[in-house]
Write a protein of this length. Structure first.
Length: 248
């Protein structure tokens, strides 16, 4: 059986990325098929330790593009840009001929399979309008009950107890006041909290409430695209005509 290879691009600098990779491995392991392998790469330059603004997203995008083009040349079968905000993902679909996913679309697609309306709980307020833009671009805004934030920047997500408390509080508001029927964790750095939140919400409301993790969702969708030999449509994503920088 030929091993299919996934490249996970962690779109921050190497030093910052190393703290998250063990958690990513734990999130991916339950959904990774035996015929797939995953490798990780971070950026050589860019913002650190997170992307929480459009400016940071723009700053890091060229390095993300570089890593994606290199991954395709190295024979990888698919790419996951490991960020819920999906920096550079649409551009990558023009630039490579293998499937590419970010964190947002796969999580939303999963949520829509199990609920009519969902809320996203992200990290900080500056990310909320960015995710609203993605919802409109994907034409799913009518399914979004709300986009809330935990008031916890990415570099503080290691405080798992504080993160759990905030996620439960914000999810409860989304369910009770805004009509959410499922919750999406709105940052791929929200690690080791999925099972807690799922059990806590289902216990509190005495009914099962789906909690969607973006990392597992992305890997699941990407494996499906690879297995079904699907890649970006050249009617939707035309091949760029510009001359690429020589280092690509």
């Amino acid at each position: 059986m030929k091993q299919k290879r996934i490249m996970v691009i962690v779109p921050i600098t190497e030093q910052s990325a190393q703290a998250f990779i063990p958690g990513f491995e734990q999130e991916i392991a339950p959904v990774l098929s035996a015929d797939f392998s995953v490798e990780y790469v971070a950026l050589e330059a860019g913002t650190t330790p997170f992307i929480q603004t459009r400016t940071a997203e723009l700053w890091n995008s060229q390095q993300i593009l570089l890593k994606a083009v290199q991954a395709e040349k190295a024979g990888y079968d698919g790419i996951f840009v490991n960020c819920f905000g999906e920096p550079a993902v649409e551009s990558l679909k023009e630039s490579v001929s293998i499937p590419v996913v970010g964190g947002f679309a796969p999580a939303v697609m999963n949520a829509m399979m199990v609920a009519h309306r969902f809320s996203i709980i992200t990290v900080v307020e500056s990310v909320v309008p960015m995710l609203g833009d993605l919802a409109r671009q994907l034409d799913v805004a009518n399914h979004v009950a709300s986009i809330r934030h935990a008031n916890l920047p990415v570099n503080q997500l290691h405080d798992t107890e504080k993160l759990k408390q905030s996620l439960l509080e914000q999810s409860s508001i989304a369910i009770e006041q805004q009509g959410a029927q499922a919750i999406i964790l709105g940052c791929t750095g929200m690690l080791e909290v999925h099972d807690y939140l799922s059990h806590a919400l289902s216990s509190k409301y005495q009914r099962y409430i789906p909690v969607v993790g973006p990392v597992g969702s992305a890997i699941g969708v990407l494996q499906n695209l690879i297995n079904n030999q699907l890649k970006p449509s050249r009617l939707a994503y035309g091949e760029p005509t510009e001359v690429m920088p020589l280092y690509l």
